[in-house]
Design a protein around this ligand. Structure first.
Ligand SMILES: [Zn+2]
Length: 361
């Protein structure tokens, strides 16, 4: 066990799963006797299996814990920040376990990661083999290029981020025999590469029945009707667009959509500075230790402000500096890309300002 104090003054016990005393599976949570205050009467320690965070409900203990093996990157980050802040690392302390709380090791039971169903594994494998072809197709497809143009995204920006296109004709390639069915839902889609700690993935935006000159909102309405192809589809696992663990800058900007990321890159930000969440929740654990600061530039729709605030709080708890730079919803558009199309560079000026302030702080 290691005790650390965050920059916000929060005390966190980073524990190993082997320290859990007689842990019991309770759905989303694991309950264990609290080895921090030494309880053997009831399992007062409750830990969320997915997030690795836990809490002791004993009022005199009130410990906040993080199970290191479950959330290794975050645990490392906290330890790293802690050691940089000048705290002695000798706070490591091992506490004797109570005799009446025999240790039960059940790591597999405690922290299950489900593997995706077979068809999803096949789908992802097929897309991965097409990666190079899809990137080339983006350059050669007039339709895909016209769509990027409509979104005011330069082709070079899309190319630099590994964006591709899957034309219907590609599915007739002989080497895809037997995999056509699984890939058919990806036809006529702009395809964005995703990444997460569990691996690679893709998200695809349908261009079904899109014609050059058609406004993005009109196309959105068309696709949102019943029984039309879904506007966006993802593989399992999915991930973030622009997530390269080793390359990420020390200050990054989080946006919601794939086209919002391309917008910021078109405006002059570096590929290492902007990450699009594309519907995958923010997990502080995903951020590598070099990331010290985050600008949250999420869409400002209903409830978006609350979501941003909650997210900012969670990131701050993980020792990250956060600034919120919400989109002024409704004024020029529903997302950064729409504002960019309407009013150009001045749409993203608030992000530049927030970002440079954060970097000089
Ligand atoms: Zn306790």
């Amino acid at each position: 066990m290691m005790t650390i104090i965050t920059q916000q003054g929060r005390r966190i016990e980073i524990i190993s799963q082997s320290e859990l005393c007689d842990p019991l599976n309770m759905g989303e949570y694991v309950r264990a006797y609290c080895h921090i205050h030494g309880s053997d009467h009831q399992r007062s320690l409750s830990i969320n299996k997915e997030t690795g965070w836990g809490h002791c409900f004993n009022a005199t203990c009130d410990a906040t814990v993080l199970v290191a093996e479950w959330i290794p990157t975050l645990a490392q980050r906290l330890i790293h920040i802690h050691s940089q802040a000048g705290y002695p690392r000798t706070l490591w302390s091992y506490q004797p376990r109570k005799k009446r709380s025999p240790l039960v090791r059940q790591p597999v039971l405690l922290h299950l990661t489900k593997s995706p169903p077979k068809w999803q594994q096949d789908e992802l494998a097929a897309l991965l083999t097409l990666d190079g072809l899809m990137r080339a197709a983006l350059v050669h497809s007039q339709r895909a290029r016209a769509y990027l143009d409509e979104r005011r995204i330069p082709l070079e920006v899309a190319q630099a981020t590994g964006v591709g296109y899957l034309p219907q004709a590609m599915l007739s390639r002989p080497e895809l025999q037997g995999r056509r069915n699984i890939l058919s839902r990806w036809a006529e889609r702009i395809v964005f590469p995703l990444a997460s700690p569990t691996g690679k993935g893709y998200i695809g935006r349908s261009l079904w029945r899109w014609q050059p000159g058609m406004d993005e909102n009109a196309h959105k309405e068309l696709l949102d009707q019943q029984r039309k192809p879904r506007r966006w589809i993802k593989t399992n696992p999915a991930g973030w667009f622009g997530y390269d663990l080793d390359q990420l800058a020390d200050s990054i900007i989080l946006v919601e959509g794939a086209f919002d990321r391309l917008t910021l890159l078109a405006a002059g930000f570096q590929t290492t500075e902007v990450v699009a969440l594309v519907g995958t929740a923010v997990q502080a654990d995903w951020l590598p230790p070099q990331v010290k600061a985050v600008v949250l530039a999420l869409d400002g729709d209903e409830g978006g402000k609350d979501a941003s605030d909650r997210l900012a709080e969670r990131l701050a708890q993980a020792g990250i500096w956060v600034r919120v730079c919400p989109l002024l919803q409704g004024k020029w558009g529903k997302d950064w890309n729409e504002c960019w199309r309407r009013i150009g560079p001045q749409s993203v000026r608030p992000i530049f300002e927030t970002y440079s302030k954060l970097r000089s702080a």
